[in-house]
Structure formats: C-alpha cells, structure tokens
Write a protein that binds this ligand. Sequence first.
Ligand code: ADP
Ligand code: MG
Length: 278
Amino acid sequence: MAEPIISVEHVSFAYEEDAPLAVSDVSLTVERGGFHAILGQNGSGKSTLAKLINGLYLPGKGRVTVCGLDTQEDKNTWEIRRRAGMVFQNPDNQLVTTVVREDVAFGLENIGVPTEEMPARIEKALADVGMLAFAERAPHTLSGGQKQRVAIAGVLAMQPEAIIFDESTAMLDPRGRTEVLEAVKRLNREQGITVLWITHFMEEAVACGRVHVMHDGRIVLSGTPREIFQDAEKLRPYRLDTPPMARLAQRLRAAGMPLREGILTVEEMAKEVERLCK
Ligand code: ADP
Ligand code: MG
C-alpha cells in the first residue's frame, strides 16, 4: 500500500464518561491518493470518526495520525487541520463573508499565508472547482452545489493532502450532488488529493476505491464497492440498501432478464441492456 495519509488504530471515543462508545475500536488506513467512502446509518459514528481524524476530538483509546502527525499532540493541531481539511454538510455554515473570493481567503489568513501569495492560491483553488467566474459574487446568490464548491475551494487553498467530506451532498439537489462529487473526483484523479467521503447515498460510494460500513460505532465491513454491494443480504443487518442500479438489476433478473452479476452504475446497466438487445 502507498504511504498512509490517515491512520486510525484501534480508536474508541465516548462523549461522556459513562456514555456508550460513539466510536468503538475502529481501525482504518487511507493511503496517499486514495478515495475511501464511509457509509452508515444516522448515529453510526461517522461524524465522530471524521472529527477524530482531523483532531477536533481526541481518542479515548487508540491513536490517530495524519501524515504521521499524532492528533494527541497539541503542537500538531493546526498542521493536521491544514493537511486534512473538512467540508461539512451545510454550506451556509461554512461561508462566512459576503464575497466568494474573501471566503476562500479566510482560512489562509488564519494559517498565516503571506498576503502577496493569496491571490494566486485563491484563484487556483476556485479554478480547480470550476468557480473562478464567481469570485466576486456574494455566496448567498449561489446554488447549494456552487456554495459547496466554494467551501471546497476554501479548503483547497490551504493545500491539503486530504479532504474529509462529511455528508457534503446531503442538503443538495441531485444536480448539486453530481456537481460536487464530480469536482471531488477530479481533484482526486488529477491532483492526487486523498479523499474520505462520508455519505448515506449508496450510489455515491460506488465511485470510490474502498468502502467502509459503520454500525454502532464500529467498522463492520470494508472492501471494494463490488465486494460490499454484490450481496444485499450482507448489508441488511446494518439497515443499508444496495445502490439503486444493483436493486434494479436484481428485479430485472427476477423478472427473467439474464443480466450479468455485479452491475452497480447507470453506465454498467446501459451497457448490459445494450448487449442483451443486440
Ligand atoms: P453519524 O455521523 O453517523 O450520524 P455521529 O458520529 O454523529 O453519527 O453520532 C454517533 C453517536 O454519538 C450517536 O449515538 C450520537 O447520538 C452521539 N453523539 C454525536 N454527537 C454528540 C455530542 N455532541 N454529544 C453527545 N453525543 C453525541
Ligand atoms: Mg454525521
């Protein structure tokens, strides 16, 4: 495996001393350039894990390192937050100024980037998410997907190694969701930015290199999307469903269409139907 960027080793965490563990003996490694998804129902511990990774919470047991820096050590806090940026669910809570460009600049001021270096960084970050043309706009005039891309630019301007997305598409319409996921895939593919993509949309996890399923604070399944989604029975105990295209394929098979196994995406379905219709 390539060098680990995010390493979580047997980590447990409870919000209060006698509270049940929100994260329970979790181990997870994300390699440089990896694109991993975390799936799980509400309350399964996904956000807590995300906050443990970027040092907002410290593990009760176990160890978290980002680029080899231990979150337990105070002196690493800012460096870890710069190297592993986070994008949250609600874009409105992440945009703090009245002009897009200033919003992207905001984080840079906090980490002490010299003023003369800022414009180039801001413009590159906005261009990377396809939002450069909106630099002088007011964030409240943008769509949800555009706002979320500005929030991503704010993180990108800090030149992170990894970005953790905590249900960053949950509040968006389908078009905004696609727009954001496509932008993130491009950052991963073209710039090698490591991605941890937390979601409850099965179809979003299909595009990832590796999927981890959380349930009751634990990681209960890990594998490639194909390994995780080929068997609906495996997911049922965690009250998760297979992706829509896998379900459709299952139904069509039950109705007598000889579709191959392992269909997860619209593209794969289209190809298979075309093959059968020849
Ligand atoms: P998810 O992101 O998968 O929905 P969370 O990490 O938010 O899950 O929550 C995991 C568990 O921790 C849940 O039981 C939740 O009620 C509890 N929890 C989350 N945030 C807090 C908090 N700030 N204080 C106390 N308990 C919390
Ligand atoms: Mg959450």
